[in-house]
Write a protein that binds this ligand. Structure first.
Ligand code: FBP
Length: 332
């Protein structure tokens, strides 16, 4: 890699250029999704700066967690209001987002993130909650932005997964991880083992096999940050499996798979529902992995209400296949 030459490269693939190229692939496209994505990107840049400032401010004892959460909510909402003004005419899409996932990690400077999923509105004349209570497989795009040692935005518009890193000197997200493919099998498992005593049998058996494999293979390493965006990002790049299973304490797991915003449903914003399962499952499948609930493919779930939660097992194809086998054996 000739860093010298690279420093002056001008044919950089920015996320804006990438999204415009994607738009040009589809002759019917009118550009609404491109506009929406560019607003989401701007929102993430705002949050990235807010998180950095808060991290610094926290260090020097000026600002607290709530400020970041509040500003993240504010910035992202502001962006969507802008978006509302921008594309009122089209009313094509509704966006579900978790402005700041892993919020419990803000104070210790651990990576956190914004997660989003985009659906087509079924009937523009009559936009209802049903427009977001759609199965995950109906999403047209999904992504997350991770605020960590670097700020990385991972996006899929249904044609593979690409990662873009924010170059602060340009204020632009540059393509750094083209066409991400998760390894078929991984050496890492990621779970909060503190809940082990409440796990169901298939989950306990799978984690036991990770630690004490009987087939002569080496044990998997445990990696758990406790911030889904960071744990899923590592899983996507290195392989392995991230799981937040159901347990006796939380029979539906902890992570949520529905939250929404559309120009016509502003009331929802006030509810501040988190959203994690659907976009991450969409990205995982687009990268060649799998996402399973313990009963079914996560993207086949049909939410019945906002705030819905679901157990989740996502990651490398063969690792999730193993978990599915354990649940199938239990069901026999
Ligand atoms: P928040 O959205 O409230 O931050 O909760 C979500 C989350 O932090 C995920 O990012 C993470 O995977 C999970 O909760 C960690 O939960 P636990 O602390 O129970 O392991």
């Amino acid at each position: 890699m000739d860093h010298e030459a690279d420093a002056y490269r001008t044919d950089l693939m920015t996320i804006t250029r990438y999204v415009l190229n994607e738009q040009s692939r589809n002759p019917e496209a009118r550009g609404d999704l491109t506009i929406l994505l560019s607003h989401i990107v701007l929102g993430c840049k705002f949050v990235a700066s807010a998180v950095n400032k808060a991290g610094l401010a926290k260090l020097i004892g000026l600002a607290g967690e709530t400020n970041v959460q509040a500003s993240a909510h504010w910035h992202i909402s502001a962006i969507f209001l802008l978006c509302e003004i921008e594309i009122r005419s089209s009313v094509e899409y509704c966006v579900c987002f978790d402005p700041l996932d892993g919020s419990s990690n803000i104070d210790c400077g651990v990576s956190i993130g914004t997660i989003f999923g985009i659906y087509m509105i079924k009937d523009k004349e009559n936009v209802t909650l049903e427009d977001v209570l759609q199965p995950g497989k109906s999403m047209v795009a999904a992504g997350y932005c991770m605020y960590g040692s670097s700020c990385t935005l991972v996006l899929s518009t249904g044609n593979g997964v690409n990662g873009f890193t924010l170059d602060p000197s340009l204020g632009e997200f540059i393509l750094t991880h083209p066409d991400i493919k998760i390894p078929k099998k991984g050496k890492i498992y990621s779970v909060n083992e503190g809940n082990a005593k409440n796990w169901d049998e298939p989950t306990a058996k799978f984690v036991e096999k990770c630690k004490f494999p009987k087939d002569g293979s080496s044990p998997k390493s445990l990696r758990y940050i406790g911030s889904m965006v960071a744990d899923v990002h590592r899983t996507l790049l290195y392989g392995g499996v991230f799981l937040y299973p159901a347990d006796k304490k939380s029979p539906n797991g902890k992570l949520r798979y529905t939250y929404a915003y559309s120009q016509h449903l502003t009331l929802l914003m006030k509810l501040c529902v988190l959203y994690e399962v659907f976009p991450m499952s969409f990205l995982m499948e687009q990268a060649g992995g799998q996402s399973f609930t313990g009963k079914e493919r996560a993207l086949d779930l049909v939410p019945t209400k906002i705030h819905e939660r679901s157990p989740i097992f996502l990651g490398s194809y063969e690792d999730v296949e193993e978990i599915k086998g354990l649940y199938a054996a239990q069901a026999k």
